[in-house]
Ligand binder design. Structure first.
Ligand SMILES: [Zn+2]
Length: 366
């Protein structure tokens, strides 16, 4: 079987109307297994907004300041109602944070209809992608256009066969109504591995104001910048089993920080919101404290926050992408001792005053 390296991210749904946070897997040859995190329902959120009138205004739409056009321009295939210029603005805004963009990116965005009930994996899925099933809405012409765009984007660098294969996979998954959030590359030669693509489905919940859309968008953009974890990107020797969460954690860390910046919020507020959400899921035993899915990216981001608060991680090198491109920076950050602390204490935090979450003294000093 041809060598393939995919970084898959997808959402799934546990129940009607529950959308999930990013959850990704890096795989070779096979698609990732599914995983899912529920996020608050619209009703829950409406209720909490009524209760807390001082709820800060989180970023819920892709509305970014105009940024200089990066050298590696985005190729955009957008069939959603989201305006192209807003997507492009936000892509440019994100990659202008990156010290040295080393990849090309094609972004494929397509709409899906309402989630199919009961929620579950896409039916008759014969693709390498996984995700929940929604009512398919894109037309045959749009699918053909999507496929031919990806095929011509990849053909020169990756070869005819690989290009045709990946074009077919993406368009077929869209045809099935697959809910998607993924960043991928075909791997292989350096030239081919440099060609990344990112796929995002916009369902009716995401089309409206949606914190999830904003954080997920930037999470996936960050994946298009990152080297794949593995031999060439082991974070100065982090054990194999730890590389994946570090990879995912970086993408969510980036997504949360950008979401704060876009809304002009102190990032502490966004972190508090995130930590509160994850803490509730832990409390309800929807997720475990292990670095595994569901929620590996969300948990890992909090672990990076802990290492940063302990003075062991320089977050500017997360945010400018360098830690995730060179993968050999900050040799101490992911030392065995620090990884152990991250695993043992990432969830050891609590609300110290209304809306303010802090790690325990033990977590910070152990
Ligand atoms: Zn991810």
């Amino acid at each position: 079987m041809k060598t393939m390296s995919l970084t898959l991210t997808y959402i799934s749904a546990l129940a009607a109307g529950l959308l999930l946070l990013t959850s990704c897997a890096t795989v070779s040859d096979e698609p990732a297994t599914d995983s899912a995190l529920p996020s608050p329902t619209a009703e829950d959120m409406a209720a909490s907004e009524e209760e807390v009138s001082s709820e800060p205004g989180f970023a819920e739409v892709l509305d970014c300041p105009k940024s200089p056009i990066p050298e590696n321009q985005l190729s955009l295939v957008n069939f959603s109602d989201y305006p192209d210029d807003e997507i492009i603005n936000c892509f440019n805004f994100a990659v202008n944070k990156i010290a040295e963009m080393q990849t090309d990116v094609m972004m494929i965005i397509y709409p899906v209809g309402p989630i199919l009930l009961p929620p579950g994996e896409v039916k008759d899925n014969d693709t390498i992608y996984k995700g929940p099933g929604f009512e398919p809405v894109i037309t045959a012409d749009q699918r053909d256009s999507m496929a031919s765009s990806l095929e011509s984007y990849l053909e020169l660098a990756c070869g005819k066969d690989a290009a045709a294969y990946h074009a077919r996979q993406v368009s077929r998954f869209a045809e099935l109504g697959g809910g998607q959030q993924v960043a991928a590359s075909a791997g292989g030669s350096d030239k081919c591995a440099k060609k990344r693509w990112m796929v995002l489905s916009i369902d009716p919940d995401r089309a409206g104001p949606s914190k999830d859309l904003v954080v997920t968008f930037f999470h996936e953009v960050f994946h298009t910048v990152q080297a794949s974890p593995g031999p060439t990107c082991n974070y100065s020797g982090a054990p194999d089993d730890d590389q994946f969460w570090i990879h995912e954690a970086g993408a969510s860390f980036f997504g949360l920080e950008i979401a704060a910046e876009l809304a002009d919020l102190d990032s502490a507020l966004v972190w508090a919101d995130h930590m509160s959400f994850v803490s509730d899921l832990l409390g309800n035993q929807v997720i475990s404290s292990e670095f595994e899915d569901p929620g590996i990216a969300e948990k890992g981001a909090i672990a990076l926050r802990l290492l940063a608060d302990r003075g062991q991680l320089v977050t500017s090198e997360v945010m400018d992408g360098s830690l995730y491109q060179k993968c050999g920076g900050q040799p101490e950050a992911f030392s065995p001792q620090n990884i152990q602390v991250a695993k043992d204490y990432w969830f050891d935090y609590s609300e110290v005053s209304e809306g303010v979450f802090r790690f325990s003294e033990t977590a910070l000093t152990q």
